[in-house]
Design a binder for this molecule. Structure first.
Ligand code: PLP
Length: 453
């Protein structure tokens, strides 16, 4: 091991608490030190190359190392490195970005509050939705309904909206006023029901909960169009139309977390367009800047924004870095490139279908894989012990973790969730790189299967 790897591992162990990992075990093992990225590839400090099948954390939609994004950042820093949107001020960079963003969004959205991350977007969601109902003269509408195994971030409010049981156990979450219903994960929970019947059943759980709580108390339903961190779980087709019907019937806001699904991931600009429903708010981040600098936001429908603007008066809310000029300039360069180079269109019509078809050709009959889900540049392989009965392994978290480790050894980064291997490569990936991604993934899955005997 090189001395620079050793040095960074020592500093890391001395000073860092990493996300979602046993820190003591990591200190003994030593983290991988990533030093360079170009396109869909990463290199570590030992010179090993990886095909990044996860776009970092679902965020480097345009790939690493784009010179146009880099120069947008440096030019903006030279021009106006910082100013804010508090009180009576604005600046060109954020206005240029918003003009582009609302060109790409469906026409019924009109306003955005920029943040630094997806978690913050969802914190802003909680306050903005509650403020909206105040302004509408229904201040009792305060309760949010999320879903078990949903993920909306790591801060107090966003982790409460999420339904990760192990996160809730740490720190007394969720906060009051947040409820959860079941997830539309047919493979795990569908039993004897058809996917369509199960999708309806899950959606109708929302109706039952609204009625139990009282529609006059429920502010919003919050969900990812497809669950990302929970395992790239795609709901049955019957799910979203029924959810939308229920939200409209009871005047409950429908809030889509597009932090992973946004900016071309599914081959549509936004994942709700893939599923064909119309949310009132969109939480965005990640692909907005392709991860080059932090930026997120909460997008509001015109109906909500009009109420807040016309009747709301002062909204006592603001973030120092909201609409940061450098982040805005990078986001604009990123959106222009995704749009003008036809990268999202190619994901929808060419590379996305190629990834999905190739995955099914390779894994449909694999003994370890019970189901393949995905669209565009997002996919999941469901591991199972017995395909016919959809029986899952008792120690599935261990098994998928091993597969992920084999992936690293084979030179591909894929991620494990309990029972599922997931991938979400950059949208700029080529056919040859998709072949490489699938070939290396197959070797990792085969090695895992061989160990199971
Ligand atoms: N929402 C979803 C759907 C996410 O997947 C994530 C992060 O993975 C977040 C919100 C939180 O975003 P951030 O990590 O930028 O705070």
């Amino acid at each position: 091991m090189s001395t620079s790897t050793q040095r960074y591992q020592a500093i890391d162990a001395a000073h860092h608490i990493h996300a979602f990992v046993d820190q003591k075990a990591l200190n003994q093992e030593g983290p991988r030190v990533m030093v360079k990225g170009e396109g869909v590839y990463l290199w570590d400090s030992e010179g090993k190359q990886y095909l990044d099948g996860m776009s970092g954390l679902w965020c480097t939609n345009i790939g690493y190392g784009r010179r146009d994004l880099i120069s947008a950042a440096s030019q903006q820093m030279a021009q106006l490195s910082y100013y804010n949107m508090f009180f009576h001020t604005t600046h060109p960079a954020v206005n240029e970005l918003s003009e582009k963003l609302f060109d790409l969004l469906p026409g019924h959205y009109s306003h955005v509050v920029y943040t630094n991350s997806g978690s913050e977007a969802n914190e802003v969601l909680i306050r903005t939705v509650r403020r909206y109902w105040d302004v509408m003269g229904q201040p009792e509408k305060k309760i949010f309904i999320g879903r078990h195994n949903g993920y909306h971030g790591s801060t107090v409010g966003s982790a409460s909206l999420g339904g990760m049981a192990f996160m809730h156990e740490m720190g007394g979450l969720p906060i009051p006023g947040v409820e959860h219903i079941g997830e539309p994960y047919w493979y795990a929970h569908g039993g004897e029901l058809s996917p369509a019947a199960f999708g309806l059943k899950c959606a109708q759980e929302l109706e039952a909960r609204i009625l139990a709580l009282g529609a006059d108390k429920v502010a919003a339903f919050v969900a990812e169009p497809f669950q990302g961190a929970g395992g790239m779980i795609f709901p049955p087709e019957s799910y979203w139309p029924e959810i939308q019907r229920i939200c409209r019937k009871y005047d409950v806001l429908l809030c889509a977390d597009e932090v992973i699904g946004g900016f071309g991931r599914t081959g549509e600009w936004f994942a709700h367009q893939h599923f064909g429903f119309e949310p009132d708010t969109l939480s965005i981040a990640k692909g907005l800047t392709s991860g080059y600098v932090p930026m997120g936001g909460l997008v509001l429908s015109k109906r909500m924004a009009d109420a807040l603007v016309e009747r709301g008066g002062v909204f006592a809310h603001g973030l120092t870095y909201s609409g940061h000029p450098v982040a805005a300039a990078v986001a604009l360069a990123n959106l222009n490139a995704l749009d003008q180079e036809g990268i999202v269109t190619r994901t929808r019509n060419d590379t996305g279908p190629y990834l999905q078809k190739s995955l099914r050709e390779v894994f449909d009959r694999h003994p370890l894989v019970g189901e393949i889900q995905g669209t565009g540049m997002v996919a999941a392989l469901q591991f199972c012990e017995d395909k016919a009965s959809r029986t899952r392994f008792a120690n599935e978290a261990d098994i998928t973790w091993r597969c992920r480790t084999h992936g690293f050894e084979e030179g591909v980064i894929i991620r494990s969730t309990a029972g599922r291997m997931i991938m979400a490569p950059a949208l700029v990936i080529s056919h040859a790189q998709i072949d490489e991604l699938i070939d290396k993934t197959r070797r990792a899955v085969d090695r895992t299967a061989a160990e199971l005997g």
